[in-house]
Design a protein around this ligand. Structure first.
Ligand code: NMX
Ligand code: MLT
Length: 435
């Protein structure tokens, strides 16, 4: 057993009695009520999920295992010759709640490198798809194609105690996570770089290897590390994390779960918003003939977007009620590395212009930018201009968080998810009875 797996097992054994006690002794303790608006309105704010991997405070933003983004970036050991921590170390933190040493990070990195070989049939599946297929469709299909590799399902069919489910799930998770960067880079180079594939370099960490396979020089390795960390998890209620958890709750394996989460992430109200932001800004730039608009001109574009019934991509959030700290972390990166970039100037002007307009319009509960408002500009700057690829990057990151969640779901024996529905007539009757 690796140090990570051993440590995880210790943590699981410590944690199990806490969950069991809560359910057995306090199972009917009420943590909230559900209103009709919530039952019809996407279950917004209903407290009915449990995860210890991350928690989203509406005003403070995300904490991973109790740590804010600045804390995580400061406290995790950095990659040699880089400014960012290794993604592998961050995964260790998500799984165990502890900051790893350099040695422990190296062990996870070696594990990933051992498992990074992608079976040939995955590339065959990708090559059989029309080249204009959306990269998220390709990414999800590639993950699904690998389902036959699942260790969990083989062990399940062989007969396995529920207490052991987490173990083959951990194996599946590491096997899959190790391959995602290579699959993503393959899709990118096949689709947008004349099919010139760059083989992996297993001497590098996950972020470094991804930058290498994308063919983008430094500091893109740090960009990749920052991206994967920032996008990893946003507690369990968002569409991608919830989809992954929901699918896994039926004991479908990691491959089914991650493929499904990618499908949810590919919606324009969720992860695809990072693509939408760049498309929208390009529209503004084309209209302006490349010139940076004045604030007044920008305000008009924002109002035109709203008046045509569209949302302003990259703004608003279902939970957050302030600027997303993931936006701020990327903004800091931009201020350091690309302060004069024209697209960054647009993005920065939008930060000034959009919130007051959304407030004046009075519909959005959160007028502030989310992670997607700032993420595309960095990719664009480093030459990744095919913005339909941006959600794939989000997907690699999100898979880390969801895999950590699913391993813990299995360890704590979370059951199949099955909320209850009512009919419209039942809701009407409930209201009448109350009157
Ligand atoms: N532009 C215009 N209208 C908005 C926006 C926005 N950015 N955000 C919310 N609204 C509208 C929303 O469409 C709804 O209108 P209606 O009553 O006509 O249905 C109203 O404001 C109330 O919505 P909220 O309760 O504030 O937001 P909700 O929780 O339903 O949705 C989002 C959250 C994120 C889906 C929404 O803010 C949005 O569509 N934002 C733009 C797309 C985006 O950036 N998505 C990425 C989110 C982060 N991520 O990576 O997943
Ligand atoms: C996410 O990272 O999943 C998004 O911010 C959406 C959310 O949390 O609701």
């Amino acid at each position: 057993m690796t140090t990570l797996k051993e440590k995880l097992f210790e943590k699981i054994q410590e944690w199990r009695p806490r969950t069991e006690k809560l359910v057995k002794e306090h199972g009917d303790f009420k943590i909230g009520e559900v209103t009709i608006a919530q039952a019809i309105g996407g279950m917004r704010g209903v407290k009915c999920l449990t995860t210890d991997i991350s928690y989203l405070d509406p005003n403070e933003g995300i904490r991973f295992r109790g740590h804010t983004i600045p804390d995580v970036l400061a406290k995790l050991p950095k990659v040699k010759n880089g400014d960012m921590p290794a993604v592998e170390g961050f995964f260790y933190l998500l799984l165990t709640g502890d900051f790893p040493t350099q040695e422990e990070i190296k062990e996870v990195s070696d594990e990933f490198n051992k498992r990074q070989h992608v079976p040939m049939y995955v590339f065959d599946v990708l090559r059989a798809m029309p080249r204009d297929t959306h990269p998220m469709t390709m990414f999800s299909a590639a993950v699904l194609a690998m389902q036959r590799e699942s260790v969990f399902i083989k062990k399940y069919h062989g007969g396995m105690s529920k207490m052991d489910y987490w173990d083959p799930t951990y194996e599946d998770a590491l096997n899959l996570l190790a391959k995602l960067p290579q699959i993503a880079a393959y899709i990118y180079r096949m689709k947008y770089r004349a099919d010139t594939i760059i083989p992996p370099d297993t001497s590098l960490d996950m972020g470094g290897n991804f930058a290498h396979m994308m063919g983008i020089p430094k500091p893109y390795d740090d960009v990749a590390r920052l991206y994967f960390i920032l996008h990893s998890d946003h507690e369990s209620g968002n569409v991608s994390a919830h989809t992954g958890h929901l699918i896994a709750s039926a004991l479908s394996d990691i491959y089914y779960s991650i493929s499904g989460l990618l499908d949810g992430l590919a919606g324009p109200l969720h992860g695809l918003a990072n693509e939408e932001v760049l498309r929208w800004i390009q529209g503004v730039m084309d209209h302006m003939g490349g010139k940076i608009p004045t604030e007044e001109e920008m305000k008009k574009f924002v109002w035109d977007t709203l008046k045509s019934g569209q949302v302003v991509p990259g703004y608003g959030h279902a939970v957050l009620r302030k600027t997303d700290p993931r936006y701020m972390a990327q903004r800091e990166f931009c201020l350091k590395h690309l302060p004069d970039d024209p697209i960054f100037k647009y993005v920065d002007m939008l930060y000034k212009v959009v919130p007051p307009i959304l407030e004046e319009q009075g519909k959005a509960k959160n007028p502030w930018p989310n992670v997607d408002a700032q993420s595309g500009v960095i990719q664009w700057y480093y030459g990744l201009r095919e913005y339909e690829f941006y959600t794939v990057l989000f997907g690699i990151g999100r898979a880390l968080g969801v895999c950590a969640n699913i391993i813990w779901d299995r360890a704590l024996g979370y059951p199949i998810e099955r909320p209850k529905s009512l009919t419209t007539a039942m809701l009407e009757d409930l209201v009448k009875q109350k009157k």
